[in-house]
Design a protein around this ligand. Structure first.
Ligand code: PGA
Length: 250
């Protein structure tokens, strides 16, 4: 694991965007695994700026997103499809046909999950998978559980995730209770993983990810078994990792 400690959110976003842009420049037709949530918003802003300056093009890029709320239409302003359009896709030259987000409205959600797995497999999995991390250590919507789930699946969101995400909705009652999420198998099959995190609220989750025992109780700990993981985070999120004496790049 390579860990970059950045001084603030903007520096974290710039570093993460540089790593993604480097991947696109290395392989213009790469497959990007993309994430939603507040953490990657700045990373997407930096990528848009690089595109506008002519430094990077998404023309041949394919994307696969990690997850989607079950029951939300792509036009719902809290759906992850809407988020991706609003925060990245509408502002760069990616071909809309090359962007993929699980369909939260699929009548048969299980069949949608199986089809999503086949799709990601048909791409040969992501070249670079961007991840945020939940306060509870979730990646995608792989919530703390008694076992890791390999395949894309429908998940019941935990109370901690529902309350963390309530800030985006009128009230916690409006947060969908279920989501479709890429499983741990697809995430771990990515050639490279880039995890971004900021703020003290993520300090325990990051400490467990880097230093804790590998356990489905903190799904991100599985990343210890991946051979190419880059963590880009700010000082506050890394405070406990640094206090444990783990070397970080500055
Ligand atoms: P956040 O969410 O970026 O909004 O903190 C991260 C996550 O839940 O994966």
């Amino acid at each position: 694991m390579r860990i970059y400690c950045e001084k603030d959110y903007q520096a974290m976003s710039r570093r993460a965007a540089n790593i993604i842009a480097a991947e696109i420049i290395r392989k213009p037709d790469c497959v990007l695994g993309l994430a939603t949530g507040s953490t990657p918003v700045g990373t997407y802003k930096e990528l848009i700026a690089m595109y506008q300056q002519g430094d990077v093009s998404f023309k041949e890029v394919h994307s696969v997103n990690l997850d989607e709320y079950k029951g939300l239409a792509p036009t719902h302003d809290q759906s992850y499809r809407y988020f991706m359009q609003d925060n990245l896709f509408n502002h760069v030259d990616i071909d809309p046909a090359n962007t993929n987000v699980p369909n939260g409205l699929a009548e048969d959600a299980e069949a949608e999950c199986a089809a999503y797995d086949r799709l990601v497999e048909s791409f040969g999995y992501a070249d670079l998978q961007l991840l945020g991390i939940g306060n509870n250590g979730h990646i995608g919507f792989n919530e703390p559980d008694s076992s890791f789930t390999k395949a894309t699946h429908v998940v019941d969101l935990t109370e901690s995730t529902i309350s963390a995400n309530a800030r985006f909705f009128e009230s916690a009652n409006e947060v969908p209770r279920q989501a479709l999420t890429m499983g741990i198998g697809c995430i771990m099959a990515a050639r490279r993983i880039l995890l971004v995190a900021n703020g003290a609220g993520k300090a325990d989750a990051l400490y467990n990810t880097v230093c804790g025992p590998i356990t489905p109780e903190c799904p991100a700990t599985i990343l210890q078994l991946h051979k190419d993981v880059v963590i880009v985070a700010d000082e506050a999120a890394l405070s406990k990792v640094i206090a444990a004496g783990v070397a970080v790049c500055r």
